[in-house]
Design a protein around this ligand. Sequence first.
Ligand code: ADP
Length: 158
Amino acid sequence: MPRIALFPGSFDPFTRGHEDIVLRGLQLFDEIIIGIGRNANKKRYFPLEVMEELISETFRDYSGVRVLSYDGLTANIARENGAKFLLRGLRNTTDFEYENSISQVNRYVYEDVETVFLITSPHLAPISSSIIRDLHRYGQNVDSFVPYTLAPSHNESN
Ligand code: ADP
């Protein structure tokens, strides 16, 4: 039985911090599915289709990594895709508080699922999607924070 993990997130955008979690996760799992959660209540900054394409391109040489977008409950998506593990990254105690409760909920929905946490690599700990969005919105180059190249922002009111 292959060990399959779902790495769920908003990935708005996918960062070098996320990439590090996937690469390290490949030491533990045969397959990692990067799941971009659609949230009807949250307007994205980077369109989902664009991010799906950029992440796929980033891992084009890794046969054990694939990308999907999903609606609905993360734990159900894991079950439907044969993933017994959820992969998440932890940067600090704020992440921990949130991850603690969400992992309990995921087990309530799918009792066989186990969440595996990887502690951030220290040099990537300060990277967050929200900071990258802010930098990009105001025209700052963000190439050092993401594992692909983003087109510059043309709209300061984004
Ligand atoms: P969500 O909206 O579900 O929190 P994110 O896209 O913000 O999704 O993050 C997905 C996962 O990646 C989360 O577990 C988050 O803690 C983790 N993560 C985010 N940034 C980093 C980083 N720099 N290093 C390690 N893990 C990270």
